[in-house]
Design a protein around this ligand. Structure first.
Ligand SMILES: [Zn+2]
Length: 129
C-alpha cells in the first residue's frame, strides 16, 4: 500500500500523490524521523565572580582561574559609560565564569596567590649580581 512519507498516512492502491500535502507516495514508509530537536536552551549566562579595577588586574585574575581549569572571560566596562564620568580610560573589568563554576572560582580567588604562581621567586637569578 502506498504511504505519504510526510503525513505518514496510508493510501489506497492507485493513489500516487498525497491528497493533503502533494508528496509522492511511497510503498514503504521510511523509518520514523528522529523527534524534532527541541530548541536548545541557551547556555546560562556567565556570572561575575570578580570585578577588577583595571584590565591588567582582570587578566591576572583570569589567568589564576584558568590555571585552576576554570574558563573565564573578561568584560570591560567603561566607568565613564556607567557613571557618566571620565576616569582616564580606566574601567572596571568584570571577570565572568560559567555559573556552574562560579563557586569554585570564588574559592580559588579566595586563596592568596601561592608563591609557586610566580616562578621568579624560586630562581632568584635577578638578585644575583
Ligand atoms: Zn501527505
Amino acid at each position: 500500500m502506498p504511504y505519504c512519507p510526510r503525513c505518514r498516512v496510508e493510501y489506497r492502491r492507485g493513489f500516487t500523490l498525497c491528497a493533503d500535502c502533494g508528496a509522492p507516495l511511497v510503498d514503504v514508509l521510511p523509518p520514523e524521523p528522529p523527534a524534532p530537536e527541541l530548541p536548545k536552551e541557551p547556555p546560562p549566562p556567565p556570572v561575575v565572580v570578580y570585578v577588577a579595577n583595571s584590565p591588567l588586574e582582570g587578566e591576572v585574575i583570569k589567568g589564576r582561574l584558568e590555571s585552576e581549569g576554570i574558563p573565564a572571560i573578561l568584560q570591560y566596562e567603561s566607568i565613564s559609560v556607567v557613571y557618566g564620568i571620565t576616569v582616564d580610560g580606566i574601567g572596571a573589568t568584570k571577570v565572568l565564569v560559567p555559573p556552574s563554576l562560579a563557586e569554585r572560582a570564588r574559592e580559588a580567588l579566595a586563596q592568596p596567590a601561592t608563591p609557586q604562581d610566580w616562578d621568579y621567586e624560586d630562581e632568584g637569578d635577578e638578585a644575583g649580581d
